[in-house]
Write a protein that binds this ligand. Structure first.
Ligand code: EPU
Length: 360
């Protein structure tokens, strides 16, 4: 397999940041990974797995060997009384999988339409939108350990899904190494390449319409019993109205996670900011709308260099220069803007926002 040198990563990150991979290998099958790991030149090199590049901020050229996952294929692997089990290659574009499953008559992922990125990236941050998260439809995944070459399969519990979180975002526990000196433990960040993901789409389909924007669509259209296709259309319309299309304006979706606080902390903030937007979670804690807080601090439309806050959704940072003749925002500018936002939100609300994308 050919390892390419000095490859531009600008087309491979949705922020459209200019940066290069010093070395890049296109992974089209499990065998490609195993071959690479068996190659003395690359076996021990640090590696960076790149999916759709929709959740990363590149702050310079990438020195580790970039493994660009391009494993394709979509198929029904099993049909039970209760569900269709569908498998997709990690390199498949996420939205195309959602549309394809619906066209086959297997609904259940329509609320997650138009999320940028690939199938392999979806479990890493447990993507979610409009009342559904990946974990609600997840069956299992196959991956290859990048140090040992071992293939393994994880079910949902083993993936440790949380809000925009999974075992793939956590470093292995410090101090735990196997006899070969490789880190072991719960975290798999930087340790694994996801090759295939399986989804369970329940035959007894129930629409998920709890999200306020979808309630509004039902009200406005008078359609109280939307089909899965209608929900897909609604979600696409809502997203297009609020979120920038990465093909046109560089961005990585929400830049910060919605923070969770105790009822006391929330009451404290409301006493000062009665308009605070928040949601109660089943465990009694409260999730605050980070977008509202950033907006309340006056950030919409503000910029540092070519990095800016999107004027229709303050949680989204954009690259004003992507797609133009200028080099556009640097990762440094994006991070400077992010830190300035963190500081002002912290000073006003006492909450430190946590970035969602991975900073490379
Ligand atoms: N809001 C403002 N001003 C803003 C932005 C938001 O007042 O500039 C308010 C909204 O009016 C609303 C609340 O904040 O009352 C929440 O906003 P929104 O419904 O747009 O959702 P969000 O919490 O900002 C989350 C996800 C999105 C996902 C949407 C829909 C996170 C970090 N983001 O955004 O996911 O599409 O809900 O489910 O959880 C992503 O992760 O990249 C992403 C786009």
């Amino acid at each position: 397999m050919l390892v390419e040198n000095h490859v531009s990563l600008q087309p491979y990150n949705t922020f459209g940041i200019v940066a290069k991979a010093l070395h890049l290998a296109r992974i089209r099958s499990e065998d490609d990974v195993l071959q690479l790991l068996a190659d003395p030149q690359w076996a021990a090199s640090p590696k960076f797995v790149l999916g759709g590049g929709s959740n990363i901020v590149l702050t310079g050229d990438v020195k580790p060997l970039v493994l660009k996952v391009e494993i394709l294929g979509k198929r029904l692997v099993q049909e039970t009384d209760k569900a269709w089990i569908v498998e997709a290659g990690a390199g498949e574009p996420w939205h195309e999988l959602v549309v394809w499953t619906l066209a086959q008559g297997w609904p259940g992922m329509e609320n997650m339409a138009l999320i940028p990125g690939t199938v392999g990236g979806a479990p890493v941050q447990n993507i979610g939108a409009y009342g559904l998260e990946l974990q609600d439809r997840f069956e299992s995944l196959d991956a290859i350990h990048l140090f040992t070459g071992q293939r393994f399969t994880l079910d949902a519990a083993q993936c440790g899904f949380g809000y925009r979180d999974s075992v793939f975002k956590h470093a292995p526990s410090v101090g735990t190494q196997d006899s070969g000196g490789y880190p072991i433990g719960l975290g798999l960040a930087g340790q694994a390449l996801i090759t295939r993901v399986r989804f369970s789409l329940p035959k007894r389909w129930q629409p998920e319409l709890g999200y306020l924007d979808l309630q509004k669509k039902m009200h406005d259209t008078g359609n109280r019993q939307p089909t899965p296709h209608t929900i897909l259309d609604w979600v696409c319309q809502i997203r297009r109205a609020k979120l920038p299309d990465p093909a046109v304006v560089g961005n990585a979706g929400s830049f910060f996670k919605n923070p969770t606080v105790s009822p006391e902390q929330c009451a404290d903030i409301i006493a000062r900011d009665p308009k605070l937007v928040y949601y109660e979670l089943p465990n009694g804690t409260l999730k605050l709308a980070a977008g509202w807080m950033v907006d309340a601090c006056g950030w919409k439309g503000k910029s540092i260099g070519q990095a800016a806050v999107y004027d229709k959704q303050a949680l989204v940072l954009i690259n004003r220069g992507a797609g133009t003749n200028t080099p556009g925002a640097t990762g440094g500018e994006v991070m400077t803007l992010a830190r300035a936002i963190q500081t002002s939100v912290y000073e006003r609300f006492g909450i430190l926002l946590e970035p969602e994308p991975v900073v490379v």
